[in-house]
Write a protein that binds this ligand. Structure first.
Ligand code: NDP
Length: 300
């Protein structure tokens, strides 16, 4: 039985962060600019607390300034918008990220829409989404950007390949479909109303699963030799009660069929924060009219 190449996102992300750190140091040395990332955490979601802590840590490790704002869970829409307005005005802050989910009294769309477009390092602002759709200079959402980097590193030229993206969310599926289209793939965006999901998947040279359903994609849904990117993060029960993280793909079966596959954990996940740092560096350069460097992962 063939065994797929493992796409090591953890290692790739570490190499990317190392390279970002070099560019950050260069920006400081040449222009006296230190990119600043502000993360706003309004909810009390335990997973969000961990993400925010890691984002701050990794930003500092890359030589950036990291600012954290933790309004109370009872914060009002007006209060949160006032905080965003302050961050928009602050020249030390180049990137603003509002950690989702927000508390139930907050409508996320106006909050995201209030972030200055050039500081929207999550790429969720409707203007950035529109720019990506029309092929403009957008801030690209971090997880799809990370997926694309892994795919390109594995496959090289994507022109003419068939890509199937499972999941059409605004934060993963839709922007990734736009990115793959930009790379000249023939893209299918599948979702919960797609008629024959397995058959659609079997046509894919590149298959991306971003649905949030544990091990939904079976081995016989995969075209032999395909590149499989598993974005899903799902916790399944284990006898010891601790649970275990798995993706949207049945990894044990898929690894026998695919040409290359990302594991969960250690695949797409680490790329998301690395791309957030990349976007913050990009934002700082654009805001100061400095050419954006081409950041390639440091040699492994
Ligand atoms: P959403 O819940 O926003 O979207 C899920 C998408 O999957 C929807 O488009 C939905 O279709 C589709 N879907 C759900 N069930 C099925 C099904 N049975 N068959 C086909 N399609 C289905 O999720 P996200 O995009 O936010 O996240 C997806 C997964 O990726 C989650 O596991 C999440 O934890 C993970 N994730 C991982 C990140 C990382 O850094 N690695 C970052 C972000 C997300 P429809 O639109 O028709 O409802």
């Amino acid at each position: 039985m063939a065994t797929a190449t493992l796409i090591d996102g953890k290692q790739f992300a570490a190499r990317l962060r190392a390279s970002i750190a070099v560019h950050v140091a260069q920006l400081k040395a040449d222009h006296g600019i230190t990119p600043g990332l502000a993360v706003v955490l309004a909810g009390d979601d335990p997973a969000s607390q961990i993400y925010v802590r890691n984002k701050g840590l990794q930003a500092r490790e890359a030589g950036m300034n990291s600012f954290e704002y933790r309004p109370p869970v009872t914060v009002t829409q007006t209060g949160l918008l006032a905080r965003i307005a302050e961050l928009n005005r602050d020249p030390a802050i180049n990137g603003i990220l509002v950690q989702l989910p927000l508390p139930p009294q907050i409508d996320p769309q106006p909050v995201i829409g209030a972030i200055t477009v050039s500081k929207d390092v999550d790429g969720f602002h409707p203007l950035n989404a529109g720019l990506l759709a029309v092929g403009g200079t957008a801030m690209v959402p971090c997880t799809p950007l990370g997926c694309l980097m892994l795919i390109k590193a594995q496959v090289g030229n994507l022109a003419g390949l068939r890509a199937v993206v499972l999941g059409r969310s605004n934060i993963v599926g839709k922007p990734l479909a736009a990115l793959l289209l930009r790379e000249h793939c023939t893209v299918t965006l599948a979702h919960s109303r797609t008629r024959d999901l397995a058959e659609e998947c079997r046509r894919a040279d590149i298959l991306v699963a971003a649905v949030g359903k544990a091990q939904m994609v079976k081995g016989d849904w995969i075209k032999p030799g395909a590149t499989v990117i598993d974005v899903g993060i799902n916790r399944i029960p284990t006898p010891d009660g601790k649970g275990r993280l798995v993706g949207d793909v049945d990894f044990a079966a898929a690894v026998e069929v695919a040409g290359a596959i990302t594991p969960v954990p250690g695949g797409v996940g680490p790329m998301t924060i690395a791309c957030l740092l990349l976007n913050t560096l990009t934002a700082a350069c654009r805001q100061h009219g400095i050419p954006v460097p081409e950041v390639k992962p440091a040699a492994g």
